[in-house]
Design a protein. Structure first.
Length: 259
């Protein structure tokens, strides 16, 4: 028999990583136990591959990965499988919105991450993956959200309550996990997806088992099948121990009817 859950898809910031941007020894230990039990462990992050790869190397991951909220799917570390680019005209319009409100923004190109301080205005000379805004002013953030929704063609989420993250419409972590499942010959019902923010919501809703961290945004907790400890208290270790390896052990134990 095989285990019920075969793929563990992990958000990074606020989930896999603690507030010091580290994977704790206990979390590393339990991730390796899951891998030893035959569970695929997959990073599912808003980060670029350049930013995420050192953590994949630390864990010894060889599996496909989801980067930039699903705008990139990697077949394996350093082997790109699929990339979804943003329309340049939309990038121009989103930059104009940032300038209009005078708020912090960033933009992921294939080569580099630019922000308000490093922006050089060269939009057409680059391939774009994601755009983002950050402001603690709720009123301004709401106005920006309304303007983005009016533009259309955008997938709008966040990675903290104070930001907005924008990908091409239909591109999110759930769509990325579906592609990873195809690469691994798995179904979404065999996936455990874990996260803390709106950019994890689609994955948590569509996976076989969706888990919210204890530090997750409230709407994410409401949609999850389970809520575990925070990212600073080894919530991922709890996911593996309580919801994944118990299934592995159960599948390996003969039922009483067969004894």
């Amino acid at each position: 028999m095989t285990a019920k859950y075969r793929l563990l898809a992990l958000d990074m910031d606020g989930t896999l990583l603690n507030d010091e941007q580290q994977i704790t020894p206990k979390t590393v230990e339990w991730i390796r136990k899951a891998m030893d039990a035959g569970v695929h462990v997959c990073l599912s992050t808003g980060r670029s591959s350049r930013s995420a790869m050192p953590y994949a190397e630390q864990l010894g991951l060889k599996t496909p990965m989801i980067m930039v909220n699903g705008s990139e799917v990697w077949r394996a570390p350093y082997e790109l499988y699929r990339r979804s680019l943003m329309d340049m005209m939309l990038v121009k319009k989103m930059h104009k919105i940032a300038e209009e409100h005078g708020i912090w923004f960033w933009a992921y190109s294939v080569e580099e991450v630019y922000n308000k301080d490093t922006w050089d205005g060269d939009i057409e000379g680059r391939e774009w993956l994601k755009f983002g805004y950050s402001t603690e002013d709720d009123e301004i953030r709401h106005k920006v959200l309304m303007q983005l929704q009016d533009l259309g063609g955008l997938e709008i989420t966040n990675s903290t309550p104070y930001n907005l993250e924008i990908n091409p419409l239909g591109v999110n972590k759930a769509s990325g996990i579906r592609e990873v499942c195809k690469l691994l010959g798995l179904e979404m019902s065999q996936v455990v997806a874990v996260g803390d923010s709106l950019n994890d919501l689609a994955a948590i809703q569509q996976a076989g088992f969706g888990v919210a961290m204890g530090n997750a945004q409230e709407v994410v907790k409401q949609e999850a099948d389970a809520v575990v400890a925070t990212n600073n208290h080894d919530g991922i270790a709890e996911v593996i121990q309580k919801y994944i390896l118990t299934e592995v052990e159960a599948s390996a134990t003969p039922s009483s009817s067969k004894l």
